[in-house]
Design a protein around this ligand. Sequence first.
Ligand SMILES: [Zn+2]
Length: 138
Amino acid sequence: MPDIPSKINGVTIEFSSSVNKSVGPRIADALNLVVKTNIATGKVLNKLYISSANDQHKSPSRHVQGKGKAVDISRINGMKLSVYYNKDPAVKAIANAIQDEFEKYQHRRENFGPYFKKKLGKAHTMSGHGDHIHLSVN
Ligand SMILES: [Zn+2]
């Protein structure tokens, strides 16, 4: 299975030390779709921080299903979503754009973050995810 690379479409990817970067092909595809420097109009995405991939969660979390079906993004351009989503317009625009773009991916499942929470394209109610974007695939 692919490892999440340290660079995707020109964007540097950083990882929490506990991340297992080995993920299924659909997560790799999804990242390739949503991670790009120009994802948000007028803003530049240079760096993403992945706090979890195929690790740190227990079944039935998609993180540890199959070869790894979920990824958590908690910092944009070095800024924590928990602190900067509501303070920095670029962080907010890029986070929102990532969530919007992931909705276009055909195998999307959970798309939870500070912008919205959707499961299989429908609004989904659950707690948390103000401090990271959780993307999972079927
Ligand atoms: Zn997650």
